[in-house]
Design a protein around this ligand. Structure first.
Ligand code: GBH
Length: 498
């Protein structure tokens, strides 16, 4: 199908749908910035090239291949370690303003320690950054997108608060000093909840630790302290000369109450506070700290379970102040929506995060699907989420640092074009009609890549990657063509008002 026809068929749907009104033919603001994202373990490959150390995801995928679809791993992935110049070409062709990618900590510091620097790893990122800059593409750099040096994992990983705060601080300082002349937008952590709750809670992600509601809370505590340390290091040692921005990426679904009842509304609010506020509140809320509903409920359940103190670690008042406000913009990843219904408090038994929340959740069977079980297409949810963030966190500047759709990798990816059209339309409504200050958008992903436990079975790329070919050739999909048009015209449809 030609792009025109794809657009046409969606326009017909759009006209029929009540979700859409005029803003669909309005333009995005002139200074709105557009990018795409990837992450080191998902695209780089070169897992032990030129002195790179082992990461926890190298270790996890090699130790438990049966936990990953088709036993796959990121050993080669998109081979971006060797093909980064081609990646820059793709970005240039899209007309992207920025590229969000992450550093592999163990490529730069093989043992995780800042006293042992792998120069080849440093050079790789220097080269990537300079290729981006010379093509007018701003690097947006994430320090941690889930791949921890295995040597630090072996010492307890993120639940080991004292050690990891220090190690992360050293690593962040080194990254700012090495790359900060060129990098003006930093993100400390990407979706730390996936590391903490899936990695140390449910035990399905690396490192595969089952300590739900205990180590997962300790992990988050370390992450928040580490983020704040890195932010203050930047503020004190680098901001005066480098003058960039630092933030932390927090992700969430929109949580829609199952009914208008006060109970369902309270349940949905509690769910978003546990899911999102767990990470966002301490940094972005004017009062800081964990959400009160988490503090209260976890303390109460811990006591009934026989713990001497709450399973949720406490911040001292000094720590609350130290973490509060450590952001220069609000970095948000969001993909989908979940329904929430009130439930009686779950019985006291094995401690766990979901029992601490005690609500019922599901996704509506009428919502359009993707290739990922968790990802339903619910564009209006994102508009509601943006409004909730705007109100809850005092009207921050928001950059959407990830949003995207999965299929099976087809070049004519009408489902993805539709997703971007509908989500961007709702984001535009949030900006123009609701006054939410969204200033940038990031499509996940630049190209198909290693989708964690799903291996190479769920594809999010604007570009197809042929994983059966050792050269890993990249090919633009229809969605790349569409995104390119949106970037150059700031318009989601064929013609926009000026
Ligand atoms: C983001 O996670 C990540 O930042 C990125 O690396 C990833 O590739 C992208 O989105 C697409 O997934 O049903 O237990 O398997 C989005 C949040 C968290 C959603 C993990 C899927 C798996 C839940 N993702 N979740 S499970």
């Amino acid at each position: 199908m030609k792009l025109k026809n794809i657009l046409l068929s969606f326009l017909v749907q759009v006209t029929l749908s009540t979700t859409f009104s005029e803003p669909i033919n309005k333009k995005f603001p002139k200074n709105f910035i557009w990018g795409t994202a990837t992450a080191s373990y998902q695209v780089e490959g070169g897992w032990q090239d030129d002195g790179k150390g082992e990461s926890n995801w190298d270790h996890f995928t090699h130790t438990y291949p049966d936990h990953i679809a088709n036993g796959d791993n990121g050993d080669i992935a998109c081979d971006s370690y060797h093909k980064y110049l081609e990646d820059v070409e793709l970005l240039k062709d899209l007309g992207a303003n920025f590229y969000r990618f992450s550093l592999s900590w163990s490529r730069i510091l093989p043992t995780g320690n800042a006293d042992e620097v792998n120069q080849a790893g440093v050079d790789y990122y220097k080269n990537l950054i300079s290729a981006l800059k010379s093509n007018g593409i701003e690097p947006f750099v994430t320090l941690f997108h889930w791949d921890l040096p295995q040597a630090l994992e072996d010492q307890g990983g993120w639940p080991n608060t004292d050690l990891l705060v220090e190690k992360f601080a050293d690593y962040a300082r080194l990254a700012f000093s090495l790359f900060g002349d060129d990098v003006k937008n930093w993100m400390t952590f990407n979706e730390a909840k996936q590391t903490c709750q899936l990695g140390y809670g449910y035990g399905v992600f690396a490192p595969g630790v089952n300590s739900d509601g205990i180590d997962s809370y300790k992990c988050a505590h370390t992450v928040l302290k580490s983020h704040a340390r890195a932010y203050h290091i930047y503020d004190e040692e680098f901001r005066p000369t480098q003058n960039g921005r630092v933030s932390m990426v927090v992700d969430t679904d929109w949580f829609e109450p199952a009914s208008d009842s006060d109970q369902d509304k309270e349940a949905a609010e509690r769910k978003i506070q546990f899911n999102f506020g767990w990470y966002a509140n301490a940094i972005y809320h004017p009062d800081g700290n964990y959400p009160q509903v988490m503090i209260d409920r976890i303390a109460e359940r811990s006591q009934r379970e026989g713990f001497e103190q709450s399973r949720l670690p406490a911040f001292t008042p000094e720590e609350v102040n130290y973490i509060k406000g450590t952001y220069d913009f609000f970095a948000l990843n969001t993909y989908t929506t979940t329904m929430v219904q009130w439930s009686d408090d779950w019985e006291i038994g094995t401690p766990g995060y979901d029992a601490d929340i005690s609500v019922t959740t599901w996704q509506d069977s009428s919502w359009n699907s993707s290739a990922s079980g968790w990802l339903k297409v619910v564009p209006w949810g994102t508009r509601k989420l943006l409004n909730w963030i705007d109100q809850t966190y005092n009207h921050p500047e928001i950059v959407i640092t990830e949003n995207g759709f999965s299929d099976h990798g087809e070049l004519e990816d009408g489902g993805r074009v539709n997703y971007y059209l509908e989500y961007l339309s709702n984001i535009l409504q949030a900006i123009l009609d609701d006054g939410v200050n969204v200033t940038g958008y990031t499509a996940w992903s630049l190209m198909d890549n290693f989708e964690w436990l799903s291996g190479y079975t769920e594809k999010f790329g604007l570009h197809q990657v042929d994983f059966g070919n050792p050269d890993r050739p990249r090919t633009a999909k229809s969605s790349a063509e569409y995104y390119k048009k949106v970037i150059s015209t700031r318009c989601l449809v064929d013609v926009c008002e000026d």
